[in-house]
Design a binder for this molecule. Structure first.
Ligand code: UDP
Length: 247
């Protein structure tokens, strides 16, 4: 993307939901290779720079959506740019709505077998006509990867949702994206299938409007504390960067 901004040690693209969706559609319609869509959020500032493989995949991604409120605030503080959030979970569902309308073929890889089945059934109920041409759970062995890649290619999928969590999904992309022959969009969706299946609840609308989705997730899943405690560190680093560059 041309309008990519540096947020501390990572990047984010200046796109809103509509622009992200149009971009995805143009990848599907006009693309000649798989295009990678990943979520940019504060947590990535702590993982991406420390892992060379993750760093390369993230840097080379075709679209880095402003998934977390932290990067939206950081863009405002650092550059005065007003972004609106494009949560990965919402983009994924909007892509499903578009795919159901246009007849695009979807493959879903990741999450437990039960979550994958429940989420795919639910998506097909919500987006009537959604053509999920294949789904495989995310607990395969490495020796099963050539078979999986063959299955994805044979299904002629155009959109691949990768739900392995970070950095597993980025590592999978780095190993296999070049082997995909029909896929034009790969979106890393992390734990989105758990949310759709209902095994993990998303924050209610009011919490989201108040930009407190992160707090809701923390209260719902206290084991995320290790990850969420990075948020204040991120905020301090953004302010320190702003302060340094202001003089
Ligand atoms: N997962 C998987 N295979 C693995 C490890 C994890 O399919 O080997 C799935 C897991 O079942 C869950 C998702 O990856 O559905 C990870 O979700 P998490 O919320 O941790 O990811 P994030 O969105 O934070 O990257």
């Amino acid at each position: 993307m041309d309008n990519r901004m540096n947020i501390l040690d990572i990047w984010v693209d200046c796109v809103n939901m509509q622009q992200a969706l149009s971009q995805v559609e143009s990848y599907v319609v006009k693309g000649k290779r798989p295009y990678v869509v990943l979520a940019s959020n504060p947590e990535k500032n702590f993982s991406v720079p420390n892992d060379p493989l993750l760093y390369e995949t993230f840097k080379q991604a075709d679209l880095l959506i402003p998934d977390g409120i932290g990067v939206v605030e950081a863009a405002k503080i650092l550059y005065g740019v007003k972004l609106s959030r494009v949560p990965g979970v919402e983009l994924m569902q909007n892509i499903c709505a578009m795919a159901a309308q246009q007849g695009y073929r979807i493959f879903v890889f990741g999450a437990s077998e039960e979550v994958s089945r429940m989420a795919c059934e639910k998506l097909q109920r919500i987006y009537s006509g959604l053509n999920i041409v294949g789904r495989v759970n995310g607990y395969l062995g490495n020796d099963e990867m050539p078979g999986l890649v063959r299955e994805i290619n044979d299904s002629k999928a155009q959109i691949l949702f990768l739900a392995l969590g970070s950095p597993k999904q980025e590592k999978w992309l780095s190993d296999h994206v070049a082997e995909l022959t029909t896929v034009r969009v790969c979106q890393g969706i992390g734990g989105t299938l758990d949310t759709i299946a209902g095994t993990v609840r998303r924050a209610p609308q009011l919490w989201r409007q108040l930009n407190l989705e992160w707090l809701y997730r923390l209260l719902a899943e206290p084991k995320r504390i290790m990850r969420q405690k990075l948020l204040p560190i991120f905020a301090v680093r953004v302010l320190a960067t702003k302060f340094r560059t202001a003089f």
